[in-house]
Design a protein around this ligand. Structure first.
Ligand code: 13P
Length: 239
């Protein structure tokens, strides 16, 4: 399984270091086999003194090596910290920062050309969900247009907009329906994100075709994130 923590605009440089040390000790102590990702804010990026059990990535970046892009971070800045993982197309980038699908596709192509592991996010808003399953899939496929689904470093995260940060996760059956449909066209790992917590992680991780979780709120506390990783470990042992 892949278990990823998206810090969004949370944690400082100091608290990120403390978090990563605690997480790293946990992963080593319990011989965790899951692939674990952490996406801290830019200001907390560093060459951390941790094992290679944690993959560090960025939540966003500008599709250029360097240049005049005020307020943005390019490849040059990521190279300094040996970053090779990125989240692209997160719903907060799409909706709050009005990133168009064209721009998101441009980012995807740029970071694919630079060999990044890409967590590419898709997911429908509430209005689309209310129209039913075909409308949901139509929306998701429009977000996948011009994305190379055969890219070997692609991970797709299904994050319904209405489930993000609301405490209201999608139902197991709804997640399964979307994952099953995506699996027909996508070989890449499929993650679910949206109000994942220790309480519902087991149910969601048991969904067929769900290969992991992209977690916001419940990942910001290291104990809660470790609890979810532990649930994944126990599930694997049950199999
Ligand atoms: P929450 O877990 O806070 O709902 O956020 C999900 C998310 O957006 C992860 O990228």
């Amino acid at each position: 399984m892949i278990i990823a923590a998206n810090f969004k605009t949370n944690h400082t440089r100091l608290s990120t270091i403390e978090y990563l040390e605690k997480l790293d000790n946990f992963l080593i102590k319990y011989s965790i086999k899951d692939e674990v990702f952490v996406f801290p804010p830019f200001t907390a990026l560093d060459i951390y003194n941790i094992s290679d059990k944690i993959n560090i990535g960025v939540q966003n970046a500008y599709p250029a090596y360097k240049g005049s892009f005020t307020g943005e971070i390019g490849l040059l800045q990521l190279e300094e910290f040996k970053i090779k993982n990125i989240i692209i197309g997160h719903s907060e980038r799409r909706h709050i920062f009005k990133e168009s699908n064209e721009f998101i596709v441009e980012k995807f192509k740029f970071f694919k050309d630079h060999d990044f592991r890409i967590i590419y996010c898709v997911g429908e808003p509430k209005s689309q969900r209310e129209k039913g399953f075909s409308a949901v899939m139509e929306y998701i496929y429009s977000q996948l247009e011009n994305i190379d689904l055969n890219y070997d470093k692609l991970i797709v995260a299904y994050e319904p907009v209405w489930a993000i940060g609301t405490g209201l996760s999608a139902k197991k059956e709804d997640i399964k329906e979307v994952m099953d449909a995506l699996r027909e066209d996508i070989k890449a790992p499929l993650l679910y994100g949206g109000s994942v917590k220790p309480d519902n992680a087991k149910d969601i991780l048991s969904v067929k075709n769900c290969d992991g979780l992209l977690i916001g709120t419940a990942s910001w506390d290291v104990d809660s994130f470790c609890e979810i990783i532990n649930i994944s470990k126990m599930l694997a042992e049950e199999k």
